[in-house]
Design a protein around this ligand. Structure first.
Ligand code: SF4
Length: 620
C-alpha cells in the first residue's frame, strides 16, 4: 500500500499505522461501518481523514468529521491543510461549531440551546435578524455573502475566521458556514449535526445531500452514546413552571396560567411518594390523566404563546413547555420518565425528565443510511458494546498501542477503596499516605483524579500538610481562561514536580495533553461508578432485556470509561515514560479487571514503591 495514494499527509507511516490505514481503506471501499479502538499515538485523524477524503473526491461525496468538543476541530483542520499543501489539492473545508456559538446577536450566550433555537427561528421568520437578512437576495447568496465566501475559500478556515469575516460584512456566521459547507468536501462539526434528527434533516436539506452521500467519521466515539441520549431527552423543572406562570400572567391569559398551576399541583401530588433518594418513576398517563384539560390543545397554545412572547423577549419558558410536553407524549420503549426532588442554589426543586435510554434508535438511522462510517477512539473497548449501543451494523477492530510497552508502568494497588460504605477518616488518611508515597517516588508532575469533588476535598485536606510537592487543586466550574492558566502554571513545575488534584468528571479528566516531561504519572483514586439512581437502574434493566448485559453496559463500562480517560492523560507520545496507578481494591476484582484494554499490561501489587523506583531507574 502506498500511503501517498491515500493522501497520507505525513512523511513517514509506521507499520501499525499502515494496518490502520489499510483497514479504513478497505472499510470505506466496501461502504462498511467500522468501529475502531486505536490507542493514542496511532494517528487516528491522519489515518481516517485522508482515506475518506480521497473517496469523497472520487465519488462526489462529503466527509463529516464529527467531534464532541470544538477544541478537537483544529487537529482535523491542520491535517486537511497538510494534505492540501503536500498534494497541491484544492477542496473546500468548513468547521461548523454550534449555531449559538456563532451567532452575532447580543445576549444569546445565556440562552439554553433549545431557547436559542426558538429565538433564532423567530428572528428569521419575523425578518428581524439583520445579519440573516443580508445573506440572501431572493434564493441566491447576496453579493455581500459571495464576497465573504471568496475571502473564506482561500484557506482551511476555523470558525474564528468565519466569525471575523461575518462581522466585517455584517452577515450571519452560521448561514455563511452553511454556504461554505455546501461547497465543502469536508465538514468538521459537532456530533449533533448528524445525530440530532431535526438538525440533520435541516442541514442535509440545506446542503442538498442525502445521508448515503456522506462518509461519517466519529472522533472520540466513546462520547457518542451519552451525547445522543442527552439530545434525545427532555427536562421540566418547577423553576420553569414558575417562570411560565409569570409569562402567562404578563403576556397571555389567566386560563393558561391556571393550567400551568394545575401541572404544578399534579407534580407536587406525585412527589408525595418519592423514594428515599427523592425519586420515582412515573408514566405518561400519571401526569396526563390527572390534568383537567386536553394536552394536545395545551401544547398548541404553548407553541403559539411562546412565539408571541419571543416578540417581546429573547426566550420563552412557555415555549419550552410546548417542547417538553410534545416529547412527553412520545415513545415508551427506549425511554424512562422520572420525577425527582433536587437541591439547587435557591432551595429544593422538582425535576421531571423524559430520558432516552437507547442511543441506537438515533445511531442506527445514521449508520444504516450513510455511505460508510468510521467510529474511532483510544478508549473504545469493548468495541462490540459500542457497536450494539449505537446500532452500528458493521465491523469492529482493535489495534495495539504503537508505544513501547516498557514506557508505561500500569499498576493496581489493592490497598484502599472509596467504596461508599468504607469512606472513613482512616480510609481517607490511608489514601492520602499512599498518594504521598507515590508523589515521592514518581519524579516530576503527577495528576491525581478523584471520583468526586467531595472525596477530593477530604483527601486534599490531609495531603495539603503531607505532600512536599505543590498541589494544584481544581475548582468546580472553572472558566476556559482559568483552566488554561491553571494548566500553564502546572506545566511550569515540570522540573521540581507538582501534583494536580482533579475530579475525574471535571475539567482535566479528559481532553488535556501533557506530553514529554510535563506529566510522569497519573493516579486514579477510587472507581468513578455511576450514581445508583433510577436512571442507572432503568438503563441496566433496559440493556438486560435488549442485550442480556445490563450491568456491563449500563453500569460497569461507562464508569470504567471515565477511569481510562483519566489514565490516558499519561503517555501521549512514543518517547513519553510514565506510571499509571489505579488506587482502589475493586480494580483487582474480576468484573472490573477484565475491563482493562490489553495494551495496559496491568499488574496488581502492594510492592509498588519498589516497582516504581526500578522503573524510573531504567530511565536515568
Ligand atoms: S440568523 Fe444567525 S445571526 Fe441571526 S439569530 Fe440566527 S444565528 Fe444569530
Amino acid at each position: 500500500m502506498d500511503p501517498d495514494s491515500l493522501l497520507f499527509p505525513h512523511k513517514e507511516v509506521r507499520a501499525v499505522q499502515k494496518e490502520l490505514l489499510a483497514a479504513i481503506q478497505k472499510g470505506i471501499d466496501a461502504k462498511r461501518n467500522l468501529v475502531i479502538h486505536a490507542p493514542t499515538g496511532l494517528g487516528k485523524t491522519a489515518s481516517s481523514l485522508p482515506v475518506a477524503l480521497k473517496k469523497a473526491l472520487e465519488e462526489d461525496l462529503v466527509v463529516f468529521f464529527l467531534t464532541s468538543r470544538h477544541t478537537q476541530h483544529q487537529i482535523a483542520l491542520d491535517t486537511l491543510q497538510l494534505i492540501k499543501e503536500k498534494f497541491n489539492l484544492h477542496f473546500g473545508v468548513v468547521s461548523l461549531i454550534g449555531k449559538k456559538g456563532l451567532c452575532l446577536q447580543p445576549g444569546v450566550q445565556s440562552l439554553t440551546a433549545k431557547n436559542f433555537h426558538e429565538f433564532c427561528r423567530a428572528m428569521r421568520e419575523d425578518k428581524k435578524c439583520e445579519y440573516y437578512e443580508r445573506m440572501k437576495t431572493k434564493e441566491t447568496a447576496s453579493p455581500e455573502a459571495e464576497l465573504a465566501l471568496h475571502d473564506l475559500e482561500q484557506g482551511t478556515m476555523g470558525s474564528t475566521r468565519v466569525i471575523e469575516v461575518a462581522e466585517q460584512r455584517q452577515l450571519c456566521p452560521y448561514e455563511l458556514s452553511l454556504l461554505l459547507a455546501k461547497r465543502a468536501k469536508v465538514i468538521v462539526g459537532d456530533y449533533l449535526y448528524l445525530f440530532s434528527p431535526t438538525i440533520r434533516t435541516s442541514l442535509l436539506a440545506k446542503l442538498g445531500r442525502q445521508l448515503d452521500q456522506c462518509i461519517v467519521i466519529v472522533d472520540e466515539a466513546h462520547n457518542l452514546p451519552t451525547r445522543i441520549k442527552d439530545v434525545s431527552s427532555e427536562f421540566l423543572t418547577s423553576f420553569m413552571l414558575t417562570r411560565s406562570k409569570q409569562e402567562a400572567e404578563k403576556y397571555i391569559s389567566e386560563e393558561l396560567q391556571q393550567q400551568i398551576e394545575q401541572i404544578e399541583t399534579t407534580l407536587s401530588n406525585l412527589a408525595q411518594t418519592l423514594n428515599k433518594d427523592n425519586e420515582r418513576y412515573i408514566t405518561k398517563e400519571d401526569l396526563i390523566s390527572t390534568l383537567p384539560f386536553d394536552i394536545d390543545t395545551f401544547i398548541e397554545t404553548c407553541e403559539t404563546a411562546g412565539d408571541s412572547i419571543r416578540e417581546e423577549q429573547r426566550q420563552s419558558f412557555i415555549g419550552s413547555l410546548a417542547l417538553f410536553f410534545a416529547a412527553w407524549l412520545g415513545e415508551d420503549k427506549g425511554y424512562t420518565r422520572i420525577l425527582a426532588k433536587k437541591q439547587g442554589s435557591k432551595g429544593d426543586y422538582l425535576s421531571l425528565s423524559y430520558r432516552s435510554l437507547d442511543p441506537s434508535i438515533v445511531g442506527a438511522e445514521v449508520f444504516t443510511n450513510c455511505y460508510s462510517s468510521v467510529l474511532m477512539s483510544g478508549t473504545l473497548t469493548p468495541t462490540t458494546m459500542y457497536q450494539e449501543l449505537l446500532g452500528v451494523d458493521g465491523q469492529c477492530q482493535e489495534f495495539e498501542s504503537p508505544f513501547p510497552q516498557d514506557n508505561k508502568l500500569s499498576l493496581v494497588i489493592p490497598k484502599t477503596t472509596t467504596k461508599y460504605s468504607k469512606r472513613t477518616p482512616e480510609m481517607y488518611r490511608s489514601i492520602a499516605n499512599t498518594i504521598n508515597e507515590l508523589a515521592e517516588d514518581i519524579k516530576g508532575n503527577i495528576a491525581v483524579f478523584f471520583p468526586s469533588y467531595a472525596v477530593m476535598g477530604e483527601i486534599y485536606t490531609i495531603c495539603s500538610t503531607l505532600l512536599k510537592k505543590t498541589i494544584f487543586l481544581e475548582q468546580r466550574n472553572m472558566t476556559k481562561t482559568e483552566k488554561e492558566e491553571f494548566l500553564e502554571r502546572f506545566k511550569q513545575y515540570n522540573k521540581e514536580g507538582a501534583v494536580l488534584f482533579g475530579a475525574i468528571t471535571g475539567s482535566f479528566g479528559e481532553g488535556i495533553d501533557l506530553p514529554g516531561d510535563l506529566l510522569h504519572g497519573v493516579i486514579i483514586v477510587g472507581l468513578p461508578l455511576q450514581k445508583p439512581d433510577l436512571e442507572t437502574e432503568a438503563l441496566i434493566k433496559y440493556y438486560d432485556e435488549k442485550f442480556g448485559k445490563g450491568n456491563e453496559y449500563g453500569y460497569t463500562y461507562p464508569s470504567f470509561q471515565r477511569t481510562l480517560q483519566g489514565a490516558g492523560r499519561c503517555i501521549r507520545s512514543e518517547t513519553d515514560r510514565g506510571v499509571v496507578i489505579f488506587l482502589d481494591e475493586r480494580y483487582s476484582w474480576p468484573n472490573y479487571y477484565r475491563c482493562f484494554p490489553n495494551e495496559y499490561n496491568i499488574r496488581t501489587t502492594l510492592l509498588y514503591r519498589k516497582m516504581i523506583q526500578e522503573f524510573f531507574k531504567t530511565t536515568e
